[in-house]
Write a new protein. Structure first.
Ligand code: SF4
Length: 588
């Protein structure tokens, strides 16, 4: 219940597809979203080549997706990332997830490689593989609009790639509903490697609840508590962009490729400036009254955005001080299909390489700090792997390997994943969290307020990261948006009424921990070692700007001690390996 109970396995090499019953024990032990996706990836593809036909793309909903629970737009994609080589989950809102459930499936598991470009059309339990040769080479906006036009149906929704995904750019995203993305980890390249241009979902399969009356009652209490929360009301006004001002005040706003923690021109890219200059209107994903999303209209551009991390990297990270320029770069990325976070960090890395004179030939680009036109041209070249764009198309790790000359010290990634919107020079806790997470995603946890609090001590970091990561695993499995302020205690009764499960906070946390162990084992099997659990060298050489490390340089020994403490709390050995008995305890 709250599930459809059905799933589809599609092989693009043969054109075969099978509809199966979703396995009940998998739903109960892994819930959905990240959890179910990780369980499936582990079972079916323990060691795939990320761009090989055997690497599955798993579009996977959670029990809450498409229901009456607030933010039930949220849905998940799981695969092995070509950017990091890690197990990978990517989340998005919009309307695609709910329509996937309405099409009759809890998840769609896609493997193989089509000989020619194709798209999938999935409606009310039926699956068709269609020719997409006329769409190949087109941007995400055109592809989305054209497929919706061709399939007028009930309420068709499209997930598709742009040229970056087709060109196997390892920071390519999948665009959803035009404005939303499965953004991180190069998932667009996985789709491109299968010659799969798009997935269209439609249908009107109704959602059934285990105990509808109880669910409705509990859900209305939950909705009330969400919508009267002050933080939610503030988020509706400012969007994720509230963080530009707050990060400036807390002093962790990534600026000048993480060299600084504050940006002198931050006002010009703030939420308030965007509302004024970009004509923002509050909009929301499917069934969301939080409405954190902002629809911008400027010149010929109509786009939901920019979000905080897009602005922190395409804006302050490159010292670009115009909201309109950030919006324009955002638009280029969304249409060509590049992740704005990795793209922004990579552009700021390129600007630092330019400043240091590490390459001779820049195709005539003058990538000085603040040059918006140069940045936009670099983004286009990256999507098409043209000229200098080919150097940077696969993110900072691969670019620094090509450029050499010590550039890896300021290539801001952890195990290939560009770091997210908090400068560790201003918040060490986030540096630890992203170093030990299954990958350094912006959606793992957000512990900035905790560290800025008066009572926070350095020894609080490892246990805070343990609880934080496991809790986020659960939220990303049910799935609820990061911006729902409710704790697991409030969510569990609603989950049980919807599904018929008998979960408790403890049983859910056990699932969260299981996922952490599973992901660790998967990543170790696929090439990660404990020496990869580390921040880039820059953060051990430069003086911290804020937090309790203000004015001091982070000592690597001390940092490694925190990592070891984290391993110990997990029951892992000194090299971060989960022992057999620990895995057994979690059914692995
Ligand atoms: S809070 Fe924002 S991102 Fe989350 S579902 Fe609502 S509109 Fe979408």
């Amino acid at each position: 219940m709250a599930y459809t109970g059905k799933c589809a396995f599609i092989d693009l090499s043969t054109g075969d597809h099978k509809v199966r019953e979703a396995e009940k024990h998998m739903l109960e032990n892994y819930l959905g979203g990240k959890g179910l996706g990780f369980g499936l990836l582990e079972n079916y593809a323990p060691n795939p080549d990320p761009l090989g036909p055997e690497n599955p793309l798993i579009f996977v909903n959670g029990p809450f997706t498409g229901t009456k629970v607030q933010t039930s737009a949220r849905t998940c994609l799981v695969t092995r990332s070509p950017l990091t080589g890690s197990i990978h989950d990517s989340h998005c809102g919009g309307h695609f997830g709910p329509r996937l459930k309405a099409s009759g499936f809890d998840f769609v598991f896609i493997t193989g490689k089509s000989a020619e470009p194709v798209y999938l059309y999935i409606k009310n339990g039926n699956i068709a593989i269609r020719d997409a040769s006329g769409l190949w080479g087109k941007g995400i906006f055109h592809t989305n609009d054209e497929l919706k036009r061709q399939h007028p149906g009930i309420d068709p929704r499209v997930a598709c790639i742009g040229p970056a995904g087709e060109n196997l750019v390892r920071i390519a995203c999948i665009g959803v509903d035009r404005d939303r993305q499965y953004g991180r980890g190069g998932v667009g390249a996985v789709m491109g490697s299968k010659n799969l241009k798009a997935v269209v979902v439609d249908g009107d399969t109704a959602i059934k609840y285990h105990d509808e009356e109880l669910f409705t009652d509990l859900n209305s209490q939950l909705t009330k508590s969400i919508l009267t929360n002050e933080g939610v009301i503030y988020r509706r006004q400012k969007g994720t962009m509230k963080w530009i001002r707050q990060a400036q005040e807390y002093e962790f706003l990534p600026t000048r490729n993480f060299q600084k923690c504050q940006f002198d021109d931050f006002e010009q890219i703030s939420s308030e400036t965007c509302r004024e200059e970009l004509g923002w209107k509050d909009v929301g994903c499917y069934n969301c009254a939080i409405r954190c999303s902002k629809l911008a209209k400027w010149n010929d551009i109509e786009l939901e955005g920019p979000e905080y991390e897009t602005t922190a990297f395409l804006g302050s990270g490159c010292e670009i001080s115009s909201a309109k320029d950030v919006l324009t770069a955002n638009y280029i990325c969304d249409d060509l299909g590049i992740d704005t976070i990795s793209a922004g960090v990579t552009c700021s890395f390129a600007m630092e390489c330019y400043e240091k004179g590490l390459m001779k030939d820049w195709d005539g680009l003058e990538l000085v700090w603040g040059n918006a036109e140069g940045q936009q041209e670099l983004l286009r070249k990256m999507a098409f792997r043209q000229g200098v764009g080919a150097v940077f198309a696969d993110g900072t790790r691969i670019a620094s390997q090509k450029i050499g000359q010590g550039s890896d010290e300021f290539a801001i990634n952890i195990f290939g994943m560009e770091m997210s919107g908090v400068n560790p020079l201003g918040c060490l806790t986030m540096g630890v969290a992203l170093s030990v997470a299954d990958f350094a995603s912006h959606t793992r946890l957000w512990l900035t307020e905790a560290e800025m609090g008066p009572d926070f001590k350095i020894e609080d970091i490892p246990p805070s990261v343990v609880v934080g990561l496991d809790t986020v695993n659960i939220r990303n499995s049910m799935i609820v948006c990061d911006f729902v302020p409710s704790g697991l205690e409030e969510l569990v009764p609603v989950l049980n009424a919807a599904t018929g499960f008998d979960h408790t906070v403890d049983s859910l946390l056990k699932i969260g921990t299981r996922l952490t162990h599973l992901a660790r084992r998967y990543n170790l099997r696929n090439g990660r070692t404990h020496s990869d659990d580390i921040m880039p060298e820059r953060f051990f050489k430069e003086t911290s700007c804020s937090g309790f490390m203000r004015g001091r340089v982070v000592d690597k020994k001390m940092f490694n001690g925190l990592i070891k403490e984290y391993y110990a709390l997990r029951g892992w050995d000194e090299q971060g390996r989960p022992p057999v008995d620990v895995l057994k305890n979690y059914g692995l």
